[in-house]
Write a new protein. Structure first.
Length: 648
């Protein structure tokens, strides 16, 4: 008996327990046991689809955000340049959906795209291919700029500044710095018929800005395509930032900086105009580049070129040059003066070029204004019928605007928001600038660059005019180079900042994907919708030209118009920031000549005196804000007061 019991025990132990009954309702196949990890990617990607649909629906409900910008005056009596419009704010809030969308794309597509994309980046960053990538970025940016100028803006200005620059270029092409004004004699007061916004008409006619931008545009004007030079400056800005970024952050950093600049919305939009900011940015980038080489290398040629680009930059935008290049110039001077025995030639060359810069400015002041210390800007705002004397400070400004400390703060805040949106077109474009601020190993040169950002915001806090923003915050446009370089530094530091949540390799991979997806999202959202808004502006500016064409106004004619008083019932007299008439002159051979409308009686006397035999027309604006053309003899308003419609 004792020998059989162990056998029974062994048999009992080998007997398998039958499985419990299976509820087929919740039956799982083998694949589905691993499904949570695999299907999680689809979970994130489906949220991307939902966010994309949500943004598209918001776009449809908002009319494609074509009315993103507003002009003129609000119902509360505030100039809309001081405000962020309701549609612009809705667009910015809606754009925030792109942030989780991009994060979800990174999580969902990381498994498929990280490897191939990483290998592609490594190949493109190889020495033989880097130059090809830079050239490709320059060519793509050039093509985008050409398309934006031709098909988005239709070569129309977005501000009167562009008209002034081009008109001054035409004066220079005629071999003059200014044109003579008409006599200012009672009772007709002929001179005031040629008044126009941002033009000085005080015995001479010239633009209120330094002549540097008009000189820069001159080759394009003579070639028959004024937008040529902005495109050239933009392309060379990309090249310059690549070289500068390579010196600061290595070849990969320079390549990234060049690509980010080439796809920046404010860079593309502003460079498609005739504004002076693109010229200034290009000169600043090359000044920074040669200043760095002057600091690091022994040759004197770099000092000569740094001084040259400072000279050109100052002649285009004097105040901006002092704000953006001043800290770098002072730091370079301090460094060179510490070793004056070895650096004397560089010091001499830079001193001569700074002196030449001042001398050229004084020469233009004297030739145009008859006073070495009277600039065109002072002539425009410091004399005549305007009580506005000082652009910086608090108190009454132009166009019934009153600048206060509170207004200075809100203008700076609004421009910071717009700079964040326009820098890269991301919901938080300054994200990696913030990452740079969190770095513990910041370079002294980075602090020097960041000081130009702080100095610019501080200076414009006291300026009554916050700047227009159809192509981004233009007064802060020249900070683009510094902010993109700081962005590159922040991208470099980002994987280290994420080490608390993920391994370095994973963090680097996800940062790379985040940048790529953010740029793609910007092209489908920010770029597209702001292009629509700009196209609408171009259509509004072209209304006058189209009205003349529809009415059949001949090529040779006299046209009287108060362009920006549109007589609409909602008290909003503007649908763009172009508020002046086309700038023409009988002395430049223009066939269609535009003058201020002072009523039929005075208009007829003026036309008979200066343009006998030419047909004369008046452009008026109906209650809907649309232009209407009538023959001068059929015009019903007899007289307007002097200085109408100049409301400064």
């Amino acid at each position: 008996m004792s020998q059989e019991k162990p056998e029974e025990i062994r048999q009992e132990s080998t007997t398998e327990t039958p499985p419990p009954p299976v509820d087929e309702t919740f039956d799982y196949v083998e694949f589905e046991k691993k499904s949570p990890q695999r299907l999680s990617r689809w979970f994130w990607l489906q949220w991307c689809v939902l966010l994309g649909i949500g943004f598209a629906m918001l776009s449809i409900l908002s009319g494609g955000f074509a009315n993103m910008h507003e002009y003129g005056w609000s119902d509360a009596g505030e100039n809309r340049v001081l405000l962020i419009s309701k549609n612009e704010m809705i667009f910015a809030v809606g754009l925030l959906a792109m942030l989780p969308l991009v994060v979800f794309l990174v999580i969902g597509a990381e498994h498929w795209l990280a490897g191939p994309l990483g290998r592609l980046v490594e190949k493109l960053a190889q020495p033989r291919r880097r130059r090809l990538v830079v050239v490709a970025a320059m060519m793509v940016a050039g093509a985008l700029l050409f398309g934006a100028a031709k098909w988005v803006l239709d070569y129309q200005p977005v501000t009167d500044d562009e008209n002034v620059y081009l008109f001054q270029s035409r004066i220079l092409a005629a071999g003059q710095l200014a044109l003579p004004s008409l006599p200012d004699v009672e009772p007709l007061r002929d001179r005031i018929f040629e008044d126009n916004i941002f033009l000085v008409n005080n015995g001479k006619i010239f633009g209120q800005y330094p002549v540097g931008q008009s000189i820069a545009l001159l080759p394009g004007y003579l070639a028959g395509w004024p937008h040529l030079m902005p495109l050239v400056f933009a392309v060379f800005s990309i090249l310059g930032l690549y070289l500068l970024g390579s010196r600061l952050y290595g070849p990969k950093g320079g390549l990234l900086a060049a690509v980010l600049l080439a796809i920046s919305p404010t860079f593309l939009a502003t460079s498609a105009t005739l504004l002076s900011h693109s010229t200034t940015l290009c000169c600043l980038i090359w000044f920074f580049y040669f200043a760095h080489r002057t600091w690091k290398e022994t040759g004197w040629v770099h000092a000569l070129l740094a001084g040259f680009f400072f000279l050109v930059c100052f002649q285009v935008r004097s105040a901006t040059t002092l704000l953006a290049a001043g800290p770098v110039g002072i730091a370079l001077a301090v460094f060179l003066l510490r070793d004056i025995k070895r650096q004397w030639l560089k010091i001499l060359l830079l001193a001569l070029l700074v002196g030449l810069t001042i001398g050229i400015s004084l020469y233009f002041n004297y030739q145009i204004n008859g006073d070495y210390f009277k600039t065109n800007y002072h002539a425009a705002w410091g004399e005549g019928r305007t009580p506005f004397k000082h652009p910086f400070g608090f108190g009454k400004g132009a166009w019934h605007m009153v600048h206060s400390p509170a207004q200075g703060f809100w203008s700076a805040w609004d421009n910071l928001l717009r700079l964040n949106w326009w820098l890269l077109g991301w919901p938080i474009s300054l994200l990696f600038v913030i990452a740079w601020l969190l770095r513990r190993d910041k370079k002294s040169l980075e602090w020097l660059g960041f000081s130009t950002v702080l100095l610019t915001f501080f200076a414009y806090y006291f300026y009554f005019w916050p700047g227009v923003s159809d192509t981004g915050p233009v007064l802060y446009y020249e900070l683009l180079a510094v902010l993109i370089l700081l962005t590159v530094s922040g991208i470099e530091a980002a994987p280290r900042l994420l080490l608390a949540w993920m391994p370095r390799q994973v963090a680097a991979r996800r940062v790379m994907l985040f940048i790529v997806f953010s740029c793609l999202a910007a092209f489908f959202t920010f770029h597209q919708y702001n292009a629509r808004a700009l196209h609408r502006v171009a259509e509004n500016v072209a209304q006058l030209e189209k009205a003349l064409e529809d009415f059949g106004v001949p090529d040779r004619a006299v046209i009287f118009t108060n362009y920006y008083l549109k007589n609409t019932t909602d008290k909003n007299y503007q649908d763009s920031w172009v508020v002046g008439r086309p700038m023409t002159s009988r002395l430049l051979g223009d066939k269609q000549l535009f003058y201020v409308n002072y009523g039929r009686t005075r208009d007829e006397e003026f036309a008979a005196k200066y343009h006998p035999g030419l047909p004369a027309y008046v452009v008026t604006w109906n209650q809907s804000g649309r232009p209407e053309v009538v023959r001068l003899e059929d015009y019903q308003v007899a007289l307007f007061p002097d200085n109408f419609p100049d409301s400064r």
